[in-house]
Design a protein around this ligand. Sequence first.
Ligand code: RM4
Ligand code: MN
Ligand code: MN
Length: 434
Amino acid sequence: MNLNPDLIASHNAGGQSQHQRKLASWTDLVEQAETVIQKLVDFQIAIPSWALGTGGTRFGRFPGGGEPRSLEEKIADVGLLHALNRASGAISLHIPWDIPTDPNATKQLAASYGLAFDAVNSNTFQDQPGAPQPEQGGGPSQLSYKFGSLQHVDPAVRRQAVEHNIEVIRHGVALGSNALTVWLSDGSSFPGQLNFRKAFERTLDSLQEIYAALPDDWKVFVEYKAFEPNFYSMTVGDWGSSYLYATKLGPKAYTLVDLGHHLPNANIEQIVAILLNEGKLGGFHFNDSKYGDDDLTAGSIKPYQLFLIFNELIDGMDARQMNHAQDLGWMIDASHNVKDPLEDLLQSVEAIQLAYAQALLVDRVALDEAREANDVVRAQEILQDAFRTDVRPLVAEARLRAGGALNPLALFRELNVRQQLIGERGAKTVATGL
Ligand code: RM4
Ligand code: MN
Ligand code: MN
């Protein structure tokens, strides 16, 4: 579904005077406000192709209707989000859930919505019925990932998993992507099941083969996760092991931080600071969680944590003279069990923008002085002063200037987008993905 720009314009006209009133409090701070607005305009967050439909839990799935039935419809959904917020200018694909059959056409379609392709994701956590086997030149796959993929005891399974990743790189190249994200479910569920050393070495060998297939200007992101689907050990279980793999692989390999992939109460902002300082932070999967890999809306449970992460990101990126918008992969990885996926994604993008904007307001000179003077109270005040600032008018202003809607979520509802999608696609469609 294409959004008529006139509808955005009339929505914006309706909210203009109220918006100007809210923005007025920033007029004394024009310089600071302008810097934040411009950075927000530049900052784009990639939408995961696997999260445009209703997710589910082990117990049930309650579809909402109008889900995208094809890659083209997924791109259209992300195009719609981007038209509304002008901050979702990229899509991250998961292969084989989304195999582009005609990459040029797919690329053109995405470009028509102003979308680029962010990191491509491989999938060796499920067996693919009918996936061709490299040695046999086609036919149903006999090789299973039940006991792992890149770590598997059987070299033929490892080969299949390596080939799959190389295939994903090929798809990514055809679409103009420049990064591969590898998330492995490999691990063990019971003590004794696995030789940890061998699992590590085999995984490293396999990753080295994948790394060798990366084009010059590509990166590989090694994503870690503490538990699930394996519950005793995960072969890439924490940032330390991801960092080890990334370091041993070479300069094109980086660690990817998914906010839901830590043990409870982990200090993610500290992890981020250290990885950035080592030049090994590659990117993010944003989501939020209360307990585990809950894949909830970014900022819905721990907004202060999200702010603290951005505070470290800005500090570390500025210290390394990195470009905030370009030099790390910014992606959402969420699942929507009770919300409309598109509404949920609009909320996530806004929460990320708010945290970023608040962190841009931190008085870094004063913070540094407070730290050097061991003034704990002042340091806390400085951070919380920024966190408690209402930056919603700045985020809205950035959207306006970029051609988006003042209030994307309100417009989405005013236009009955979901009803229209159900009309176009039907009430019982199922999107591939989570
Ligand atoms: C995993 C992980 C990966 C994602 C899959 C679908 O838990 O977060 O990034 O690709 O789920
Ligand atoms: Mn993830
Ligand atoms: Mn996850």
